[in-house]
Design a protein around this ligand. Structure first.
Ligand code: PMV
Length: 353
């Protein structure tokens, strides 16, 4: 398609895209954002980015990406520069990207300073907007969400998994047909019903920015003496986790999910330099969750991102018991009672504007 026939064309696109929480973690990458091991995540429902993109096709291709960016109503040059760099890096995917002027507004539904990473929702929302423009400019013949996942991955690896409802799996795995390092694939309909509306309550232990960026964390895996065995065990854990999820075996699911979270943190502890990403209250919460589970047999477990906040995962039918756990034993360990209640969601939404 000849972009010149679109000169002067203007349009608006709006996408809402959710965050996700990994059950088997991606930690370690190579080349153009390829993962060292396969990973899987729940797509969330409430924690999302809402991104509106106005665009205009210019007369000529421009040296620099033409972009104005506002975040939560304020012009944000730091984010704008990051996005310009990202857009320039994907001109092989979108050959028109230097010939379009973008005015982008983005906001998150979750509070800004909670230490919750927003790159998965933010990058996938941006990628979806670009894919919609790509189609408007006449590019056809590709799988829309597969391309959106690929472009999201180029922005932030974990974002590749945010474009599908339910569950998404990213990274080549010998036992999973269609799995790829380039993009995530949907996995939501291959698991027992109990996982279809699973809850994820995020207990904010600390709102402070992460002490190590995920880029730096991934890089540390390259010199970590245990990285090869970690990549192997992640792929094995994924096989076991998928089996437990197909069977609805919550005992195995809980064991695998908690070990995955602790292994991610262990990798950071034995990197050079080493990092402890938990806070004392993270550990206290873990102990309290595990003893509550032992006492009550309520199948609630935790996972962690590369930070101190606890994600409390549990089936919908146990929500009252888990609310008691939170109010009686956990909320006092959060920073000023901060909690984000979420659950498995239906993936990104597109609104015509
Ligand atoms: O997408 P990145 O590069 O920010 O990496 C995030 C990795 C973890 O969130 C720690 C784990 C995961 O698989 O989401």
């Amino acid at each position: 398609m000849e972009i010149q026939s679109f000169v002067g064309y203007t349009g608006n696109i709006k996408w809402e895209s959710p965050s996700n929480i990994a059950l088997v973690k991606y930690w370690g990458k190579y080349g153009r954002q390829y993962p060292r091991n396969a990973s899987i995540s729940f797509t969330l429902n409430n924690a999302k980015s809402i991104t509106t993109c106005n665009y205009e096709v210019l007369q000529k291709s421009q040296e620099e990406i033409q972009l104005d960016f506002t975040f939560e109503g304020k012009q944000n040059d730091a984010f704008a520069n990051k996005i310009k760099k990202f857009f320039a890096s994907i001109n092989d995917v979108f050959p028109w990207i230097h010939q379009v002027k973008f005015v982008i507004e983005s906001k998150n539904t979750f509070p800004h300073s909670t230490g919750i990473a927003s790159s998965a929702s933010a990058m996938s929302a941006l990628a979806l907007c670009l894919c919609s423009i790509h189609e408007k400019l006449g590019y056809e013949g590709h799988d829309f969400f597969q391309l959106a996942s690929t472009v999201s991955r180029l922005g932030s690896g974990s974002a590749s998994r945010s474009v599908y409802p339910g569950l998404a799996l990213w990274g080549e795995h010998a036992e999973i047909n269609g799995s790829s390092n380039d993009y995530a694939i949907p996995y939501g309909d291959k698991v027992a019903d109990v996982f279809k509306n699973y809850h994820d309550d995020i207990l904010i232990v600390s709102k402070t920015e992460k002490s190590v960026s995920s880029t730096a964390g991934h890089a540390l895996m390259e010199s970590n003496p245990y990285s090869q065995s970690r990549y192997k065990s992640a792929n094995e854990n994924l096989s076991a986790l998928l089996k437990s999820m197909a069977e609805g075996n919550l005992t195995d699911f809980i064991d695998l999910v908690e070990r995955e979270a602790l292994t991610l943190h262990a990798q950071m502890m034995c990197s050079t330099p080493s990092f402890i990403l938990m806070e004392p209250n993270t550990l206290k919460m873990i102990k309290r969750i595990q003893s509550f589970r032992a006492e009550t047999k309520v199948p609630v477990c935790f996972t962690l991102d590369a930070g101190p906040n606890i994600h409390l995962l549990y089936p919908h039918e146990y929500k009252d018991q888990v609310n008691t756990l939170i109010s009686e034993r956990l909320i006092s360990l959060t920073e000023n009672g901060a909690i984000i209640k979420d659950l498995v969601g239906q993936g990104p939404k597109n609104e015509a504007i």
